[in-house]
Design a protein around this ligand. Structure first.
Ligand SMILES: O=C(O)CCC(=O)C(=O)O
Length: 216
């Protein structure tokens, strides 16, 4: 597969929604994959959540900082144990990611990121169009992709349907959506199995979305 000599800079997909291709260097991607492995073995494990309508999500997920299930956060796991603490490195990556996407915000406006969802997609997994609406803060959502590429569908704030833009997210890409796009519907209609960087040692796709819950 041919590769671009230089990664393009940030691309605005919609107002407040910015794609930064190749933001994470290969060694940083490798470190995050190792951390995701550790987090996935921790309290809570990787769950396929059931939706209130009885369906089962095809993505496996673990939560950090706050436990997420469709469609609420809680401080403890369903069995009553503590949720793994929000890792400081993800807070740093979130702030750096927002700065990379938008330009550095003034320090007093820096949101407090305190929750992350780690999503694992095998070759058949996908995620339907949805809004990230369980947070009470309006800070931008920061999304990091690792492993297989995927089609990421970024839509509008009104409906799950068109207009939307399909963006290919590859390993190391950053996607930030806030401001007028914070409540945009988005989803992953498919991944592209076998496209992960060979040296990453990951079969499938990991996505980490970092958010400010606004909860206390
Ligand atoms: O996997 C992705 O890129 C999107 C994940 C997502 O939409 C979510 O966690 O809410």
């Amino acid at each position: 597969m041919s590769e671009a000599l230089f990664e393009p800079g940030p691309v605005e997909v919609a107002p407040g929604a910015v794609h930064v291709p190749g933001w994470l260097q290969p060694d940083a991607q490798g470190q995050l994959v190792e951390l995701c492995r550790r987090w996935s073995r921790g309290p809570g494990g990787m769950l396929r959540h059931r939706t209130p309508r009885g369906g089962e999500m095809s993505v496996r997920m673990t939560s950090l900082g706050w436990f997420w299930r469709p469609y609420a956060y809680s401080r403890s796991l369903p069995g009553g144990g503590a949720v793994r603490a929000f890792p400081r490195i993800l807070g740093e990556l979130a702030h750096d990611g927002v700065a990379a996407a938008y330009g550095a915000p003034p320090p007093e406006e820096a949101p407090e990121y305190d929750v992350a969802l780690v999503n694992f997609y095998d070759a058949d997994a996908r995620m339907g169009m949805h809004q990230d609406r369980e947070e009470q803060a309006d800070a931008p959502v920061v999304s990091l992709s690792l492993g297989d590429a995927c089609v990421f569908r970024f839509g509008n704030t009104e409906t799950r349907t068109r207009p939307y833009t399909d963006v290919v997210l590859r390993s190391g890409d950053l996607f930030v959506f806030g401001g007028p796009s914070r409540m945009a519907y988005h989803g992953v209609p498919r991944t592209m199995p076998g496209t992960a960087p060979p040296d990453l040692g990951l079969e499938g796709r990991l996505n980490i979305t970092i958010r400010a819950s606004g909860l206390s």
